[in-house]
Design a protein around this ligand. Structure first.
Ligand code: GTP
Ligand code: MG
Length: 138
C-alpha cells in the first residue's frame, strides 16, 4: 500500500487545527502509521526543500517552517500520495477549492502563501525520500 508524508505546518499547529486535519485524513479512510511532533532544525528543512533552493520564497519558507512545531504524519492508503494532495487543495489557499483543507481552513489571503497549513509529498520517489528524512529515528 502506498505511503506519504504529511506535515501539519506551524500555522496549522498554532491554530489548533491538528485534530481537524487528522479528522479529514481519517474520514477519507487513510491509515495513520506514525506521528511525530517536531520543532524542525534548519538542516532538515533545507534537505526537505532542496528543490526550492535559490527561489525568492525559499528563505521566508524556511523561516516560517522553523517558527514553531510541526506535526509529521506517515499515512497509508490506496493512491494516498495523489489523494492527499487533492484533500489538501492547491498551493495558494486564496483559490483552493471549498471542501479542501487549504480551501476551507486557509486564512492567508495572498501575502504569505507558505502559510498553507499542510504539506504532502508529490510522488512515490519524493514520499520515500521525505519519509526517510522525517522518520529517520527508529
Ligand atoms: P507542499 O505540499 O507544501 O510541497 O506544497 P505544493 O507542492 O503545493 O507547493 P510547492 O512544492 O511548489 O512549494 C512548497 C511550499 O512552498 C508551498 O506549500 C508553499 O508553502 C511555498 N511556496 C510555493 N510557492 C510559493 C510562492 O510563490 N510564494 C511563497 N511565499 N511561498 C510559496
Ligand atoms: Mg511540493
Amino acid at each position: 500500500l502506498e505511503q506519504t508524508l504529511v506535515l501539519i505546518k506551524p500555522d496549522g499547529v498554532a491554530r489548533n487545527l491538528t485534530g481537524e486535519i487528522l479528522r479529514r485524513i481519517e474520514a477519507k479512510g487513510y491509515q495513520l502509521v506514525d506521528v511525530r511532533l517536531v520543532h524542525a532544525q534548519r538542516d532538515l528543512l533545507a534537505a526537505h526543500y532542496a528543490e526550492h533552493e535559490g527561489k525568492p520564497f525559499y528563505e521566508p519558507l524556511i523561516q516560517f517552517m522553523e517558527s514553531g512545531p510541526i506535526v509529521a504524519l506517515r499515512i497509508s492508503g490506496h493512491r494516498v500520495i495523489e489523494g492527499f494532495r487533492v484533500l489538501a487543495g492547491t498551493t495558494d489557499p486564496t483559490t483552493a477549492a471549498p471542501g479542501t483543507i487549504r480551501g476551507d481552513l486557509g486564512r492567508d489571503w495572498g501575502l504569505n502563501v507558505q502559510q498553507n497549513l499542510v504539506h504532502g509529498s508529490d510522488s512515490v520517489e519524493t514520499a520515500e525520500r521525505e519519509l526517510a528524512l522525517w522518520f529517520s529515528h527508529s
